[in-house]
Design a protein around this ligand. Structure first.
Ligand code: HEM
Ligand SMILES: *[C@@H]1O[C@H](CO)[C@@H](O)[C@H](O)[C@H]1NC(C)=O
Ligand SMILES: *[C@@H]1O[C@H](CO)[C@@H](O)[C@H](O)[C@H]1NC(C)=O
Ligand SMILES: *[C@@H]1O[C@H](CO)[C@@H](O)[C@H](O)[C@H]1NC(C)=O
Ligand SMILES: *[C@@H]1O[C@H](CO)[C@@H](O)[C@H](O)[C@H]1NC(C)=O
Ligand SMILES: *[C@@H]1O[C@H](CO)[C@@H](O)[C@H](O)[C@H]1NC(C)=O
Length: 333
């Protein structure tokens, strides 16, 4: 009898130990909005102030920081793999087709990182900086805030191949866009919502030339105006806003443009097609009429993007320099 009850006590104890370690395990592997409250209480404020300063200095920087987070999260998850430089013995993602000569904002991230290293050495990950900076950039330009969970860790790897295969190209049709976003567990609705990121920022002529010279699903006057910016030959790197009406305001003008067949790149106009058969026309119409609706959905979808397969717990590391994997000798993390 005593043997049995001590045996059952043993099992109860063991069971609660398992429960406790499960809870601890889950906790340490999850992101939280309070992750830096004790270890680096000024982290989030510091990031916000630096983002606000960078956007005040150059309004395009808000767009660039939003895009950096997107291009981070779609390749290996939100692990700051996008920030790693190519070196003699490391191949990063910066020279992939979607990123090369295109991504910007790396200096702003470096600057934030060095401020944070000065305050709390080896604590705040580069992946978290990207996630918080993207949110703060959108808010600085008029978007709706989302609560960023933190505690991501940084990768020691990058994938040039995945950057080339998983980042969507502006020449894709709707079905290709749906497939690319479904691969990251986003619905077609979320694709339409996230594409609204193109309500800010600039795009190079090489990515919309075929559309403005050869497509019929385009406002003819708009096509002519764009042709003045983007010649048939040459001028590949000439820049145009995605949304010429309010290029650096996070509003719903992107969708108003699509309804008027004034989308700049092929992929964006795929979300609203003029022959009445476009499966996403209704959503584009709705956003074009209801800005609050778009901003709310965008905040929710960005929150979801920011949670794509983060490294947590003892996975990955806290990079000392966002551009480089920590040297093997380091004991910082
Ligand atoms: C739906 C598929 C998407 C495609 C095909 C696409 C494609 C592109 C292209 C071609 C550029 C211009 C690159 C250059 O000229 O060098 C660009 C810029 C940009 N993209 Fe996207 N993108 C997509 C989705 C997104 C998403 C989901 C976001 C954010 C939520 C986003 C945010 C931006 C921003 C803000 C810029 C401007 C960056 C700047 O001015 O520095 N894009 N995108
Ligand atoms: C301000 O923006 C310009 C580009 O418009 C850039 O060259 C410069 O480095 C920026 N300065 C700071 C302090 O961010
Ligand atoms: C990469 O090569 C550099 C010299 O080119 C060396 O200093 C560094 O330790 C190497 N890193 C790794 C991870 O092998
Ligand atoms: C998508 O969801 C599946 C099933 O839950 C999961 O295994 C996969 O890791 C998710 N993919 C991403 C990129 O989050
Ligand atoms: C437009 O289409 C024609 C015929 O397919 C092609 O020869 C031309 O290169 C295209 N122009 C652009 C700018 O894509
Ligand atoms: C209507 O537009 C869709 C999307 O661009 C396209 O797939 C379809 O072929 C078009 N249908 C007609 C009849 O033009």
């Amino acid at each position: 009898m005593a043997a049995i009850s001590s045996l059952s006590l043993f099992f109860k104890l063991k069971f609660s130990l398992i429960l406790i370690s499960c809870v601890i395990g889950v906790t340490s592997a999850q992101l939280s909005s309070k992750f830096y409250d004790k270890s680096c209480p000024k982290a989030l404020t510091t990031i916000r102030k630096e983002v606000e300063r960078a956007v005040r200095n150059e309004s395009r920087m808000g767009a660039s920081l939003l895009r950096l987070h997107f291009h981070d999260c779609f390749v290996q998850g939100c692990d700051a793999s996008v920030l790693l430089d190519d070196t003699a013995n490391f191949t990063g993602e910066k020279n992939s087709f979607p990123n090369a000569n295109s991504l910007r904002g790396f200096e702003v991230i470096d600057n934030i990182k060095s401020k944070l290293e000065g305050m709390c050495k080896g604590v705040v990950s580069c992946a978290d900086i990207l996630a918080v900076a993207a949110r703060d950039a959108v808010v600085a330009l008029g978007g709706q805030k989302w609560e960023v969970q933190v505690g991501r860790r940084d990768s020691t790897t990058a994938s040039l191949d995945e950057a080339n295969s998983d980042l969507p190209a502006p020449f894709l049709d709707l079905s290709g866009l749906i497939t690319a976003f479904a691969k990251k567990n986003f619905t077609t609705q979320e694709l339409v919502t996230l594409s609204g990121g193109h309500t800010i920022g600039l795009v190079r002529c090489r990515f919309f030339r075929a559309r403005i010279y050869n497509e019929s699903n385009i406002d003819p006057t708009f096509a002519q105006q764009m042709q003045a910016l983007c010649p048939f030959e040459g001028g590949d790197d000439n820049l145009s806003p995605f949304d010429s009406t309010t290029p650096f305001k996070f509003d719903n003008a992107f969708y108003k443009n699509l309804v008027q067949l004034k989308g700049v790149v092929h992929s964006d106009q795929q979300l609203f097609t003029n022959n009445g058969s476009g499966p996403t026309n209704d959503q584009v119409n709705r956003y074009s009429r209801n800005m609050g609706n778009f901003k709310k959905d965008f905040a929710d979808a960005m929150f979801k993007m920011s949670m794509l397969t983060p490294l947590t717990g003892s996975n990955g590391q806290i990079r000392q320099n966002c551009r480089l994997v920590n040297p093997p000798s380091t004991t910082v993390s």
